[in-house]
Design a protein around this ligand. Structure first.
Ligand SMILES: NC(=O)c1ccc[n+]([C@@H]2O[C@H](COP(=O)([O-])OP(=O)(O)OC[C@H]3O[C@@H](n4cnc5c(N)ncnc54)[C@H](O)[C@@H]3O)[C@@H](O)[C@H]2O)c1
Ligand SMILES: O=P(O)(O)OC[C@@H](O)[C@@H](O)[C@H](O)[C@H](O)CO
Length: 470
């Protein structure tokens, strides 16, 4: 484990942070711009296994970056040593809280997926770990507040990387709610609000994780194995809503990384979430139902590839509320090229997880902009068909592709149940009635989509086009 002072606490041991933020800190250190280190903590008990693997290899792991950069093919390996502490908050609760006392601590970074950055009321019992990520952060901040007597300069820079709009604001709200729930002093709440900077961020890099196909060959070549190995594309963008002066604290832009400190994140978020993530969520259900497994395979498929390109160009771009359409077109071009990166295998199965909430954030606004658009309706109809599933004895939901292979659905339980119930009654009515019953599920979509004129009929027509009711 490296020995530099702890300047960063990281909540989240997942692939993304290891292939993105941790690599950035590695770059800063390589350039002699940064002397700090990261204390890594897993947010959920299940993350323990990854921490144990990292511990076995002294916190060191490799990132292999492959793809095209400025038209040139690149393949790079970085051996990353940025972790000085690996802390399991469930077995080392006090060690976790003690991170709040680190004198040189400046930054907390996180990525706990959209599911982790939430306020879920829970009790706090002194000495016992809380489950939620914002809850843990609240108690770490409180320890810091107490240790340093509320000194303004001991406030932290909070950089949540979860793909949620206003992620920094959301994190601050959660922390303040937990602080109130647990009766922490008003002065502490004031210190949190005044002297800690919760910044909204937008991250962009395709990090595909452990490369099953190549790992063994690489390990034979390197002479050792790496259970925490990650792979990623060269492209990266970290947009942070904050003053450029903050780059003095964390000199990411100075190091030449694609990091932008901006006054307003909206254009970056809209562009990325609607086009890149939107295209992923559009292609995934139909492609899985047709038996495909990877993003590149979809883009190389004559019919499905042109379906994605057409829908992005003719339907998603016009719906993005930004004036610079030319710039959006060129961003879309670059995204579609990234999807064709021959060196990365981005699994549709991974993108499919939690597709309902992804659809709501990433595609529904485009569909509602013009519900008569063929490609978006087709994508939505495929998504509904993808959720035609039944539960097994363990409560896991399984669907079937058009050829009859099975796949497991991973999503919010209530959404899975509600959609499955509609499908189980499908024989009793027409396809339009079935579509209407699903669109009416307010608890699933956040609104009653059956009221959108013509949408249920278009969905039913799209089902017949893709042969979904077979
Ligand atoms: N992989 C990518 O290409 C990529 C790119 C940009 C953004 N992201 C974002 O990063 C997130 C994580 O992706 P990843 O590839 O690191 O996945 P991963 O499965 O490797 O890691 C997920 C992390 O989230 C934590 N987590 C999951 N559910 C949680 C919950 N309910 N509460 C608290 N923590 C929870 C896990 O413990 C783990 O630390 C994605 O949801 C996405 O929003 C990923
Ligand atoms: O990571 P998810 O599961 O939220 O979404 C799947 C992909 O759309 C996503 O990982 C993108 O590849 C990524 O957001 C690119 O920056």
């Amino acid at each position: 484990m490296m020995e530099s002072p702890v300047t960063i606490v990281q909540i989240g041991e997942g692939n993304f942070l290891r292939g993105f933020f941790d690599w950035m800190i590695h770059v800063l250190r390589q350039q002699g711009l940064y002397n700090g280190s990261i204390a890594l903590c897993q947010p959920r008990p299940s993350g323990r296994a990854k921490l144990a693997k990292l511990r076995d290899q002294h916190g060191i792991y490799n990132l292999v970056t492959r793809g095209f950069e400025h038209g040139e093919q690149v393949e790079r390996r970085d051996t990353i040593a940025v972790f000085s502490k690996l802390i399991d908050p469930y077995t080392g609760w006090d060690a976790f809280l003690a991170l709040g006392e680190e004198p040189q601590l400046q930054v907390v970074v996180s990525n706990t997926t959209e599911a982790g950055l939430v306020y879920t009321p829970e009790a706090y019992e002194d000495g016992k770990p809380v489950l939620s990520y914002p809850g843990k952060l609240t108690l770490l901040l409180y320890r810091r507040y107490e240790k340093f007597g509320g000194e303004p300069e001991k406030g932290l820079l909070l950089l949540p990387c979860e793909l949620l709009e206003g992620n920094g604001d959301l994190l601050r709200e959660c922390v303040l709610r937990y602080a109130q729930d647990w009766g922490l002093p008003e002065e502490f709440l004031a210190w949190v609000s005044k002297h800690n900077r919760f910044l909204n961020t937008l991250v962009d890099r395709i990090v595909t994780g452990y490369p099953e196909r190549e790992a063994d060959d690489w390990f034979a070549e390197w002479g050792y194995s790496d259970a925490a190995l990650v792979t990623a594309e060269p492209y990266h963008l970290f947009a942070i809503e904050g003053k450029p002066e903050l780059d003095h604290l964390l000199p990411l832009a100075k190091a030449g990384l694609e990091v932008k400190w901006v006054p307003d994140l909206t254009p970056y978020r809209l562009r990325k979430v609607r086009l890149l993530n939107g295209a992923h969520t559009l292609m995934t259900p139909l492609s899985i139902l047709r038996g495909l497994t990877h993003v590149r395979e979809v883009m190389e498929h004559e019919e499905l590839g042109s379906f994605v390109r057409r829908t992005v160009r003719d339907e998603i771009i016009p719906a993005v509320p930004l004036p610079a359409k030319e710039e959006l077109l060129s961003y879309a071009e670059s995204v579609l090229e990234r999807f064709l990166n021959p060196f990365i295998e981005h699994k549709l199965e991974a993108i499919a997880m939690n597709s309902v909430s992804k659809f709501k954030a990433r595609l529904l606004p485009s569909l509602l902009h013009d519900p008569s658009r063929h490609g978006l309706v087709l994508g939505f109809a495929a998504l509904l068909r993808y959720y035609k599933a039944s539960a097994d004895a363990d409560g896991r939901y399984w669907g079937r592709t058009f050829e009859g292979s099975t796949y497991e659905l991973k999503d919010d339980r209530a959404a899975l149940e509600a959609l499955a119930v509609c499908w189980s009654r499908s024989a009793a009515g027409s396809p339009e009635e079935l579509a209407e019953s699903m669109l009416a599920l307010r608890e699933v979509w956040g609104e009653d989509l059956s009221k959108v004129r013509g949408l249920a009929e278009s969905v039913a027509a799209a089902w017949s086009e893709i042969g979904a009711l077979r």
